[in-house]
Ligand binder design. Structure first.
Ligand code: SF4
Length: 151
């Protein structure tokens, strides 16, 4: 059994705040804490992009954080899933069209799951993460299939 198989069972998350008011970030902590217990799916919030499977991004993307967002995305190994958490990350939200804000991260990196809300509730976050796990599994299976076809 290779490492990719384990990824499906315990996806590790890299959380990056690219300009959030912290509202959505607090909801992530609530989702991980015992009341909602997102960790029951084997999820671990890890600060290392090279060990991450799911890139969880919050906040309106500021000009200053744009390069860092792209760099972190590149450092996460394939297969990976990107989740835009909260209205700001999806579209710019209440900060849309401000002088120092890019509108939505999907202009710079591909997004697999959009979680709406200001702030996004723990229920919506759990729903989005479950979708992300399904997408991660599909991408992992595809990668394994390609590997088999060439071996
Ligand atoms: S969506 Fe709302 S709560 Fe979340 S970072 Fe933006 S302003 Fe804050």
């Amino acid at each position: 059994m290779n490492l990719d198989t384990y990824k499906k069972k315990s996806p590790w998350i890299l959380h990056y705040n690219c300009g959030s008011c912290n509202g959505c970030d607090i909801e992530i902590l609530a989702a991980l804490a015992p009341k909602y217990d997102l960790e029951r799916f084997g999820i671990l919030n890890n600060g290392n992009p090279k060990q991450a499977d799911i890139f969880l991004v919050t906040g309106a993307l500021t000009y200053r954080s744009r390069a860092r967002l792209i760099e972190l995305y590149k450092q996460i190994p394939e297969p990976k899933v990107v989740v835009a958490l909260g209205s700001c990350t999806c579209t710019g939200g209440v900060f849309r069209d401000m002088y120092n804000v890019e509108n939505g991260i999907d202009s710079f990196i591909p997004v697999d799951v959009y979680i709406p809300g200001c702030a996004a509730s723990p229920e919506l976050i759990i729903d989005g993460i479950i979708k992300a796990i399904d997408i991660l599994e599909a991408k992992t299976n595809e990668k394994e299939k390609v590997k088999k076809d060439f071996t």
